[in-house]
Design a protein around this ligand. Sequence first.
Ligand code: FE2
Length: 526
Amino acid sequence: MHMDSEKKQTILFVDDEESILSVSSEYFQRKGYQTMTARTGPEALEILANVTIDCCFTDINMPQMNGLELAERIRSQDNTMPVIVMTGYPSLENAIQTIKNGVVDFLIKPVNLRQMELCVQRVMQQRKMFAENVLLKKEVEGKQRLQKLNQELLVKVKELNILNKIMKKFADISSSTDVFKRAVDMALGISHADDTHFYVINEAVQEPVQVSSSSSASTKSIDPAVSGRVLTPPAADAKRLSDTLIMEVVSDQIPLLISEHAGSNGLPAEIRSAMIVPLKIRHKVFGVITATVNQGEKRFAEKDLYYLSFLAQSAAQAIENLALYENIYENLFATLYAFVTAVEARDLYTRQHSSRVTGLSIVLGRQLGCSKEQLDILNFAGHLHDIGKIGIRDDILLKPGRLTVDEFEKIKEHPVIGANILDQLGLWEKERQIIRAHHERFDGSGYPDGIKQQDIPFLARILSVADVYDAMASDRAYRKKMEDALIIKIINEGDGTQFDPDVVAAFNQAYNSGRITAYMKTGEIE
Ligand SMILES: [Fe+2]
């Protein structure tokens, strides 16, 4: 097998249940991994001190030391070690604690082996990327040291200053578009070129596509459209380097310097001097930065190429960091949604509720002309609107009959608990407000804050209609689902009291056009 040629990866399983240890060990051995097992946290730490482990799965509930404590101990010794926690009963504290302790993933029991395997592959990939970034940094440091030896003090100081500036410029960037724009602006500044461009080229984009550019002739007023995703048509850009030249650099993956125009080197007549530097993300060319001199005496030298290469590398690093960051967000959302699913799954009657509420909200949102961003927020908030139910005791949450007044008061805490979860993570402010307000009523008689009309976030007013519709349109433990005609009547009776009249109007339109029924039947939004 192909695994034999490389070093086998070793996975440590920690669980107080013997059967889980043996089943998972056997499975992963068959898949070409080496495995170790421990029945307690201390036993696991003992193994970790003596054996090189690549990844660790642990149960949460174990005698002596629980899994989260173990994760924390591991992290304090090696913060790159992926720890995956498995538990049968996710709770709010566990969720928060888990993220704090640096656990990389969370699986809810019963976990299947294939799921575990995919998880291992994912975390190993992430760990490898992390290691590569560290190596990359070392390489850059080495290069800088070499330069120091070779050059005079003055040049050296200036150089470090430039490199430092490059790294700083990319450190606080928040979108890939900014990276492109900043890269071309900096390239112009450090190379004293007349024009710099950023082209994206990869498998999806066969021809170089310009995504950003900067020019010494027009630096004071760069068209904002150029810095965005709007592409400049190549025809408008007479001094463009030929695609052939760019594609050459892409396939060789080596920076190209044409210091002086010399007839047959492929440079268009109007360009005197040029550099093309590939930008690689995980060994694959993603795009190029080009710099050209079209007039004057300036000619590019090796040094300029070195700066530009360094700049491209920093830009690539920034893009990669962004991708990692976005990935972490996605993972966190997936983890939180897994909790919602787990809560819903315990009650046969609420299964898929959040997912349907999301779909219905989007149907209504579209009817109301919501923007793409608003629909994204609805998608997120819809899936997580009831996440606060994690904090409500099962005997209340799953009670089949009527709730007492006290019990209902407890249930009413869920919007606040949900908002607090997002607040503790310090993320998703807009979504947090919607989750908090999804049980407010238009006339101010709802909970938890009793706010009314325009004080209730618009998207929460949409979500509220969708939530109530789905609750009535599905079976519950204590009643059958209601007839559509009755639901429509109830929703319209709530017009202006429970619900925003605009949303009710949109609901009626969507219902009459058949979109609500179609969604409930197929789960697909037309
Ligand atoms: Fe709710």
